[in-house]
Design a protein around this ligand. Structure first.
Ligand code: DGJ
Length: 748
């Protein structure tokens, strides 16, 4: 059991392998947050560190008219902060009552502990076997209004992970409105922190930005309807000294695909508060007596050995406890997607031609992207009309699928179910299904509107359409795209009093559709996409194990995008393809081998017109696929390590066989810039067995069978401490592969 209760002292300590999380009930029932950090003893009551200091303009907790001097909700570290009763910092819960007042004071009623991990109805959440996790439920109540909150905690010891969510229940006699219902707040009483968030834009997602947590509130979030390209719902709080391999850090991953807000506040007493959950700007939820509201879940990771260990935990949690279905373990196919090869300009024959060539080179799955349905020859029309365009394809979808599968490949297909063009039969039949405000000209984006996924009729229609298509053709893969941010939010299915529920109901509707389809077609591999990485979050990964990382396929830009993504998400989740040069997004020319090396730090596939390649390039594809398959167990299931930062001249990463074996490793490196009289690049491998004796082969990427240099009989300690020197590169963007194999253990 990882949860330790000390009823006498009102103390609850959640213990993971290397971290502890503690809360304490004070004599008046207030729930204090007393500790979160490196592991301590479960009996260590960390409330000793709370300073009982009265602060001007921070009123004291008052019970039955009597002040508790020096005990102020404005400075006390609290477990779930509420708005309106003297805590002036960022709050987790804001409630409007029928009389218009907006105050909630929560007091602990009781708590229970269960084996196994709680589940959330209608929302994605981490799952675990009963032996792997424990649950703590803390029930709290507002003595004045009857509002109750159940704080939900899951503890996964092995992953240094505490999950949190909250269920808010109206046990009162009158309606109330939730104006903010965050999943959590966490207070750190002491310490200086940096915050690393991952910002970006379309085709340039998840760029890390590290800045000190300063006084005031810093936040990231989105009101775009989706988790967005612009701010990812994963961030890291760390001490200023923390590096890849040293120091304390916390990962915060919101398991949600919609509008979110993550706030960090450094307060008057230099304490740091984190609040995370649904964005309140676009949220107002009515709770009638007896009704409850479930917040999404947050995964909290703690590492006291830097970002590397943090990422091992975030990767395993998402790979093994968020992703589900057969594709969680099954090897994913190497795919070819026709988007950058043809865009809308294709026929069935052209696709079959690409598929034949691709099959001959060892590619396993052919994906037909946008343009196969309705009147869809450009992006101005047809979205919503999910009926195959047989004239364009030259046959039925089933026949096309059969022709593709006859080549020996599997067949996959693109959908954008959440969108509609005004120029579509669906829009003409159901304009009321599009998200727009009556009497107001809606903002168009890519000439499309969003379908109202908060409306059950819309959900059911799309479930039926997609089910029919997936049932009638031999389809083994679906790319689920979503190509705009949502605005003009309004649902014809909600009355005026409930429009504030639209944004969250949209996400719940999306989850229902995804759950229904992935349950009905468990053998189909679903890949998420939102103009690339516009909805790259743990919520989507619950339904689909991989997401197209970015619409940017430039290998050099991808180094940064995949680097940023790797802090919170595993390599097995990152859709990554080799594309043509000059690259369609940047115009850059990079070596073929480099493009393949970068795509291998992902799910690996191709997105180019393979018919236009030279025989030499085709031969390279065969060899790239052989290398990928050889490295696959390490890439998809091993430990991933960042060996450089984006500022370095050479970007490097590695995959290692996890401890204690550490029997092999693959390191890949790409030289970003050439310099005259260049200094040698030195890499420091991590994740090796210090006493292991390794054989090292340094190769040009793509030539893993012909090493440039071999070093035999060197210890893991020597490699990790002393490093490895790369040859001086002769071409821009050159890539190397370093192979390490352990063949013994040091005697001394
Ligand atoms: C955006 C996606 O990210 C692309 O890969 C492609 O599928 C297009 N949409 C098609 O419209």
């Amino acid at each position: 059991m990882s949860i330790f209760m000390d009823e006498a002292r009102g103390l609850v300590t959640l213990q993971t392998k290397h971290s502890s999380y503690q809360m304490k009930r004070d004599p008046d029932g207030l729930l204090l947050h007393t500790y979160y950090g490196s592991r301590i003893h479960s009996g260590d009551d960390m409330s000793h560190a709370i300073a009982r200091v009265g602060r001007g303009f921070s009123g004291s907790l008052t019970v039955n008219g009597t002040e508790r001097p020096g005990w102020s909700e404005d400075v006390l570290p609290l477990e779930y902060s509420c708005f309106g009763v003297g805590d002036y910092r960022a709050s987790a819960l804001k409630v409007r009552h029928k009389d218009g007042s907006r105050a909630v004071s929560l007091r602990v009623r009781d708590w229970t502990v269960q084996k196994g991990k709680y589940a959330l109805k209608g929302l994605p959440a981490l799952y675990a076997a009963p032996s792997e996790a424990d649950t703590l439920l803390v029930r709290m109540e507002d003595p004045y209004s009857g509002l109750a909150v159940e704080l939900q905690y899951g503890v996964v010891e092995e992953l240094d992970l505490v999950t949190r969510a909250a269920r808010i229940i109206n046990r009162g006699k009158t309606k109330l409105w939730l104006e903010k219902a965050a999943s959590l707040s966490v207070d750190w009483q002491f310490g200086e922190f940096d915050w690393i968030s991952f910002h970006g834009r379309h085709t340039m997602e998840r760029i890390p930005e590290r800045q000190p947590v300063r006084h005031g509130i810093q936040s990231i979030g989105t009101v775009r309807g989706t988790s967005s390209h612009h701010y990812n719902p994963f961030s890291i709080l760390c001490t200023p000294q923390t590096t890849e391999t040293q120091g304390l850090c916390f990962g915060v991953s919101l398991v949600y695909s919609g509008e979110f807000l993550m706030e960090l506040e450094r307060d008057q007493a230099n304490q740091t508060r984190l609040v995370c959950g649904i964005h309140p700007d676009d949220f107002c939820w009515e709770l009638k007596p007896g009704e409850s509201f479930q917040t999404p879940e947050v995964l909290l990771f703690c590492s006291d050995r830097g970002f590397d260990r943090l990422s091992q935990c975030t990767h395993r949690a998402i790979r093994d406890h968020i992703c589900r279905g057969i594709w969680k373990r099954q090897d994913r196919p190497v795919l070819i997607n026709n988007w950058e090869a043809t865009y809308f300009d294709f026929t069935g024959d052209k696709l079959i031609g690409i598929a034949r060539e691709a099959a001959a080179l060892g590619i396993e799955l052919f994906v037909m992207d946008d343009g196969w349905f309705g009147k869809r020859d450009n992006d101005h029309a047809g979205l919503g009309d999910w009926f195959p365009n047989e004239k364009k394809l030259g046959c039925s979808l089933r026949e096309l699928g059969e022709k593709i599968t006859e080549t020996g490949m599997q067949f996959g297909i693109w959908f954008e179910p959440e969108a509609v063009n005004k120029d579509s039969d669906l829009y003409r039949a159901h304009p009321e299904w599009a998200v727009q405000i009556p009497g107001r000209d809606p903002n168009l984006s890519r000439d499309q509107l969003v379908l109202d996924f908060s409306n059950r009729a819309v959900q059911d229609y799309l479930i039926a359409r997609i089910t029919e298509i997936l049932s009638k053709a031999p389809i083994s893969y679906v790319k689920w795209d979503m190509n705009r941010s949502i605005c003009d939010k309004y649902s014809t299915a909600l009355d005026a009093a409930h429009q504030g529920e639209f944004a969250h109901r949209y996400v719940l509707g999306l989850y229902r559709v995804l759950d229904t389809l992935t349950t009905a077609f468990p053998e189909v591999l679903f890949e998420g996409c939102s103009g690339g990485g516009g909805r790259f979050d743990a919520g989507m990964l619950y339904y689909m194990p991989q997401i197209w990382c970015s619409d940017n396929t430039d290998a050099i830009n991808r180094l940064s995008i995949q680097y940023g993504s790797s802090f919170g998400y595993p390599i097995s989740a990152m859709g990554s393809h080799v594309s043509a040069v000059p690259n369609h997004q940047t115009g850059r020319i990079t070596p073929f081998a480099t493009r393949a090396a970068v795509a291998m730090a992902g799910t690996f596939g191709y997105e180019l017109d393979i018919r236009k390649l030279s025989e030499d390039e085709k031969e390279q594809i065969r060899s790239q696929i052989r290398s990928f398959r050889r490295f696959y167990p390490l890439i998809q299931r091993g430990d991933y390590h960042r060996l450089s930062t984006p500022e370095d001249l050479c970007i490097a990463w590695s995959f290692t066989d996890p401890a204690p074996q550490c029997s092999e490793a693959v390191i890949q490196a790409v030289q970003l810039r050439l310099e005259s009289n260049g200094v040698p690049i030195h890499l420091y491998p991590v994740g090796l067995h210090p006493e292991g004796i390794y054989e090292l082969a340094i190769c040009n990427a793509g030539c893993e069978d012909r090493p440039l240099r071999r070093i035999a009989g060197i210890s893991g300690a020597a490699l990790m401490q002393g490093g490895v020197t790369l040859p001086v590169p002769q071409e821009e963007y050159h890539a190397w592969t370093l192979l390490l194999k352990k063949n013994g253990i040091c005697a001394d």
